[in-house]
Design a protein around this ligand. Structure first.
Ligand SMILES: Nc1nc2c(c(=O)[nH]1)N[C@@H](CNc1ccc(C(=O)N[C@@H](CCC(=O)N[C@@H](CCC(=O)N[C@@H](CCC(=O)O)C(=O)O)C(=O)O)C(=O)O)cc1)CN2
Ligand code: MET
Ligand SMILES: [Zn+2]
Length: 778
């Protein structure tokens, strides 16, 4: 189309993407059944198509002028992009030939997502600073590129048939290669971005194919443009988009940025021949940069928060949007990012406190906000009854909000104000080490686990039955105690040194605490995709945080009563509770983190008073919240570390504090991790081949460290030899007194058939290496 000189028709009201797991998680259920062999490819196709039709119908009924398609996914949008570009790692080239559904060859697709008997899946990692995980493309010097546009073409055709103005969405070349890792066999000087120019040609083929199918606008997602980029990088971005812009036959191109401020990349993109740019006015600056950088590029204003759930103050937002009307190009209104990161619909949450419910917008409510803002901005608002009602409702919500959400509680504010520097400090590490060694009397290379044991069907269905009222509190309590007793007995028989209770009572390591703390609400069906078919229900942290009663003491005390070995208490840390909740936006996150930390500090004190000698406070999300821009990282690490220290520093020297972090890429935050001041830190290491040991050797580490020796993300049971080899590697980077032996993470997603032998091998590996050390010491 855009061969013409006239500018393309403005996009109007839109969103950058929409949830896709299904309102009732029907895609999850169908896919899991398919993997178990209990559903067919035709069943997958039927469910997937129903989920897409619901999305199309909902978005067009809400009044969007342009509807994103190809934001559906059977598993992950980066994996979809690997398929789109034909960039399949060679180890999967023999997989295939099976059934296809929704434009995707299922055998190949799920082999890359989940692995096969003899091939590792693609690695999984966090999507920018969100709790969503994508599959990491592997690109080498010889990775093939070849367009397979069946999926976007299919989704476009479906939308056209449904009478919808469709806008296909793809991940862009810069972001795709920036997030890819070098293939294992690539030369050490190679980086995936070396193939940018070549890859641009595949996108050129894609744009031609979309134009042939009558596509008007294509959205090319480039969130990586909000990271720190030097002049060379910006020049390369410009070059790619210039090349695509020059195509004689292509749809209008919208380059979508989100998760931060794209101001630095604006000139590079807008001076290439793109037709539109989407900007995140929530994570980025809400005020317009100078008009000249845009040229005639149309701007899509990401005015409605796509990641948090508080209703938009429409009047205030509209005021900010008006400042953009001085730009020469047409304006459209959108969500700040895809709505993938929020649940579908708050109107089904009838159990929510009415004040909270009235303050919240999930995906469907955000559609209405976007439309109202777009109508008002374009001057149609006063004729549009929907827009008028939305503005009236928004004004009402902002008046009642603070009063009814449990904010401004004096006792909480006073406690935060009274925090002293000493509250974040423990005795010197050497004092603690001696006191703890005396109390715990552990062997060298002590063995332990990260906390959770397999969440069996029996445990989950007991919880479902309890929730539905089919079993009473006492029965539920008994079932959980029986589970704990089994878990303790198993650990004793395996010979582990420090035991855990197994966390059977927890639906999720954040939601469990949110259900017990004041200031939080939890949802019944507010599911958000975390990876593949796995979902979470992020709690709503709406008010000041209180802890009405102890949350974990009774379970831990019960577990401790069953054994003479030390029992470790288990908590989730303040940073992770914030990261995996929807957090109030009326005060700095540092303040909210301190409120959560004070509640946890009370829990830690109660555990200590109950005689629990070791308390683990998990912070797996510490790295995830690290700001994308270096300039903001130090300030974040300071409040994050301070909150953890506030939660954990109220204990005696002889109480041992552990923490746990998963996900690699620790190097850049290793000082902060050491700064947490935990006596023992367990980290993921097996999966990333003990990569972190180099960082530890480089930076030094004051506390003790448990680098994971068992990759719990894989069903594979490692042998004692495998784990002993990893341990020996660790003894070369750390002194043996500093070293603990544990898996990479909790065992909740595994089954007992794998866990029992794997832990037996872990104990055996520790025993062997212990003996070798003793022998060497003579
Ligand atoms: N919040 C959070 N974020 C995180 C992690 C995490 O653990 N928590 N870990 C990382 C991501 N990893 C994840 C690992 C596993 C799951 C996961 O297994 N999720 C479960 C749901 C867990 C849950 O909330 N379970 C509840 C509710 C389970 C449920 O679906 N119940 C059924 C009924 C079940 C039955 O009858 O058996 C229903 O409600 O329909 C419970 O156990 O009580 C799933 O998708 O299946 C999610 C994320 C990073 N981000
Ligand atoms: C994602 S970190 C998990 C830590 C938690 N204690 C568990 O073992 O499951
Ligand atoms: Zn973990």
């Amino acid at each position: 189309m855009s061969t013409t000189q006239s500018p393309p028709r403005p996009i109007g009201a839109t969103v950058l993407g929409y949830p896709r797991i299904g309102r009732h998680r029907e895609l999850k259920r169908t896919l899991e059944a398919y993997w178990r062999g209990q559903a067919t490819a035709a069943d997958v196709d039927r469910t997937a198509s129903a989920v897409r039709h619901d999305a199309l119908a909902t978005m067009s009924a809400a009044g969007l002028d342009s509807v994103p398609v190809n934001t559906f996914s059977l598993y992950d949008q980066l994996l979809d992009t690997v398929m789109l570009l034909g960039a399949v790692p060679p180890r999967f080239t023999n997989v295939g030939g099976g059934a296809s559904a929704s434009g995707t060859d299922l055998d190949l697709y799920f082999a890359m997502a989940r692995g096969t008997d003899d091939q590792q899946p693609l690695e999984m990692t966090k999507w920018f600073d969100t709790n969503y995980h994508y599959l990491v493309p592997e690109i080498g010097a010889a990775t093939p590129f070849a367009l397979d546009a069946r999926k976007p073409l299919l989704e476009h055709a479906e939308a056209v048939a449904a009478g919808v103005r469709s806008r296909p969405v793809v991940v862009g070349p810069w972001t795709f290669l920036s997030l890819a890792k070098s293939a294992a066999d690539a030369p050490s000087t190679f980086t995936p971005l070396d193939r940018l120019t070549e890859l641009a040609e595949v996108y050129a083929d894609l744009l031609r194919a979309l134009a042939d199918a009558g596509v008007e606008w294509v959205q090319i997602d480039e969130p990586a443009l909000v990271r720190d980029l030097d002049a060379t990088a910006l020049a390369r971005v410009h070059q790619v988009y210039r090349r695509l812009g020059e195509l004689s036959e292509r749809p209008a191109m919208l380059v979508a940025t989100y998760f931060g401020d794209a101001t630095d990349a604006l000139a590079a993109v807008c001076s290439a021949r793109v037709d539109g740019i989407a900007l995140d006015l929530v994570a980025g600056s809400p005020a317009p940069p100078p008009a000249r950088v845009f040229g005639t590029t149309q701007v899509v204003l990401g005015a409605v928060d796509g990641r948090n759930v508080w209703r938009t103050d429409l009047e205030q937002r509209l005021g900010e949007l008006r400042a953009w009307q001085a730009l020469p190009g047409a304006l459209s209104v959108s969500s700040s990012c895809s709505l993938l990161h929020v649940p579908y619909d708050v109107s089904v949450e009838t159990g929510l406190n009415p004040a909270v419910r009235a303050s919240v917008a999930f995906a469907d409510q955000k559609l209405g906000e976007v439309v109202a803002l777009q109508r008002a901005l374009s001057g149609e608002g006063s004729d549009d009854p929907g827009a008028r009602a939305a503005f009236a409702g928004s004004a009402g919500a902002s008046r009642t909000r603070a009063a009814d959400l449990g904010r401004g509680r004096d006792e909480v504010a006073q406690r935060v104000a009274a925090i002293r520097a000493d509250d974040r400090r423990r005795e010197p590490v050497e004092v603690r080490r001696v006191a703890q060694a005396h109390r715990l009397r552990l062997p060298a290379l002590p063995t332990t686990t990260i906390g959770s044991f397999p969440q069996t069907d029996a445990v989950r269905s007991a919880r479902a039955a309890h929730r539905a009222g089919r079993i009473d509190d006492a029965t539920y309590e008994e079932r959980m105690q029986a589970e704990i007793a089994d878990v303790v007995a198993l650990q004793e028989s395996l010979g582990l040194d420090v035991l855990v209770h197994g966390e059977p009572e927890r639906n999720d390591m954040v939601q469990y605490f949110a259900e017990l703390l004041g200031g939080f609400a939890t949802t019944g069906s507010g599911w958000v995709q975390s990876y593949g078919t796995r979902c979470v229900r992020p709690p709503l942290l709406h008010g000041d945080v209180t802890r009405p009663q102890p949350m974990t003491v009774r379970w831990t005390r019960y577990a401790a009563s069953l054994t003479d070995r030390p029992m470790k208490g288990m908590l989730t840390g303040p940073v992770t509770i914030l990261a995996w909740s929807f957090v109030r936006d009326d005060q700095p996150r540092a303040t909210t983190a301190d409120q959560v930390a004070l509640a946890l500090r009370d829990e830690v004190a109660d555990l200590e008073a109950a005689g629990v000698p070791i308390i683990q406070v998990d912070e797996p999300a510490l790295r995830e919240l690290l700001p994308l821009r270096r300039a903001a990282q130090q300030a974040y690490l300071e409040w994050a570390v301070a909150a953890f220290r506030l939660a954990t520093s109220g204990v005696r020297a002889d109480t041992q504090v552990h923490t746990h972090l998963c996900y690699s890429e620790f190097g850049e935050v290793i000082d902060a991790i050491d700064g947490l001041g935990a006596d023992v830190t367990s980290v993921e290491a097996a999966r990333s081949g003990m990569e972190l040991l180099a960082d530890v050797a480089l930076h030094g580490f004051a506390g003790a460290l448990g680098p994971g020796v068992y990759d719990i993300h894989s069903p594979r049971v490692p042998s004692a030899d495998d784990m002993a080899a990893l341990l020996r590697a660790a003894t070369r980077a750390l002194s043996p007194e500093q070293l603990w032996v544990n898996p990479d993470c909790g065992l909740k997603t595994r089954g007992y058939a794998e866990v029992r032998p794997a832990l037996a091998h872990l104990v055996e590996a520790a025993a062997r290496v212990r003996a070798e050390l003793e022998e060497a010491a003579g």
